[in-house]
Design a protein around this ligand. Structure first.
Ligand SMILES: NC(=O)c1ccc[n+]([C@@H]2O[C@H](COP(=O)([O-])OP(=O)(O)OC[C@H]3O[C@@H](n4cnc5c(N)ncnc54)[C@H](OP(=O)(O)O)[C@@H]3O)[C@@H](O)[C@H]2O)c1
Length: 334
């Protein structure tokens, strides 16, 4: 074993065995983790909705047990058998099986498969990379897919649902920086000032929203990033302008989708699926460059809540699943 890696370090591990589904902070060695050609000394990770589902057992995320939690990580290469990375390189990884099929980023050291590892782009610190994390990458992938399908700022406003959440708040900031007029839809009226400060031109309370029944209701938005699913996504299909796009990334309120073909064949709208975890490497690298430059949100300091350590994870998982948080939570390691 390399002298760069201590024989024992801390990890947040998730179990499902004869004692039931549970998670706790454990001491482990690198040999307890799955194989990989690079070991990262993790400096920062983050909390995403998926992490909260995995950590509490409220969603089936892990495909094998036990595994370390954490779908994101950023840190420094401690040991490498890859030609692409050497000791000391700063790197990040989001999704790509972390805390799903492989040990994740909630560990002081993580052994990973270098084919998914992204060099930290110039313009981002390790902590900023994790304020963004899967949430920021997902917001960027949403915009990338909408623009690839013809979306432009001139077409009109893009609506972001679940706007105070991790993906939502980063999208509000990022899309306004990219030149779009942004309409934020949120359940938290008390956060409207904050959403305006991030770049939202208009804020709408989700509690006052009544989606029209007509499949071709009066068109309100040129595009949408939907974190919510269910009735919200169904409603959005009815109010998107001709040739606009909906990037569907979340299901905070449900997985159902009840609509008709009318908006697709009469208005030509696009419904685009967002899968950040399995995004091809070439797009991944390209989007992290954008996230470090012209799509970098301007208010990361305001979006980032106080960091937590591994012991603080369970309490934050609960709050996040109740929909009560705002912005992003980073996890400090090392
Ligand atoms: N497809 C992908 O690759 C991908 C990647 C990352 C995340 N996601 C998904 O995207 C969604 C958001 O993730 P996140 O990490 O941003 O989570 P988050 O921080 O918990 O944000 C979710 C937000 O959704 C809103 N919300 C919560 N419960 C709701 C309900 N019952 N009805 C309507 N709105 C509700 C709340 O915002 P307001 O109070 O402001 O309305 C909440 O802050 C999750 O479903 C997650 O699984 C998907």
């Amino acid at each position: 074993m390399s002298s760069n890696i201590p024989s024992s370090f801390k990890a947040f591990r998730i179990f499902d065995d004869e004692d039931g589904y549970r998670s706790s902070v454990v001491e482990q060695s690198i040999e307890d983790q799955n194989d990989g050609d690079v070991v990262v000394r993790v400096a920062w990770s983050s909390i995403n909705y998926k992490d909260a589902l995995a950590g509490t057992g409220q969603g089936k995320i892990l495909r094998r047990f036990p595994l370390n939690g954490g779908i994101d990580l950023a840190g420094t290469v401690a040991e490498s058998r890859s030609d692409r990375f050497k000791e000391g390189d700063e790197v990040l990884m989001t999704g790509c099986g972390l805390s799903e099929t492989r040990d994740g980023g909630y560990a002081e050291y993580a052994r990973v498969d270098s084919k998914w590892l992204v060099p930290l782009p110039e313009g981002l610190s390790l902590q900023e990379a994790m304020v963004l994390g899967t949430a920021g990458f997902t917001a960027a992938l949403g915009l990338y897919r909408m623009e690839a399908n013809g979306q432009t700022p001139e077409m009109g406003s893009i609506c972001v649902t679940g706007a105070t959440g991790g993906v939502g708040s980063l999208a509000v900031d990022m899309y306004s920086r990219a030149g779009y007029s942004v309409t934020a839809i949120s359940g938290k009226v008390e956060e409207f000032d904050w959403l305006h400060a991030l770049g939202a031109e208009q804020c709408i309370s989700r509690h006052d929203l009544h989606w029209p029944e007509s499949p071709l209701a009066s068109a309100q938005f040129a595009g949408a990033l939907d974190n919510v699913g269910g009735d919200t996504l169904s409603g959005l299909t009815r109010v998107i302008k001709p040739w606009g796009n909906i990037a569907s990334c979340g299901m905070a309120s449900g997985i159902g989708l009840h609509t008709t073909v009318m908006p697709f064949i009469i208005r030509g709208i696009g419904l685009l699926g967002i899968n950040s975890a399995a995004c091809p490497y070439s797009i991944r690298e390209q989007l992290w460059q954008k996230l470090a430059s012209d799509w970098k949100p301007r208010h990361l300091d305001s979006i980032a809540d106080e960091p937590v350590d591994l012991e603080g994870l369970p309490e934050r998982f609960g709050r996040l699943l109740e929909g009560g948080g705002r912005g992003r939570i980073t996890v400090r390691l090392g």
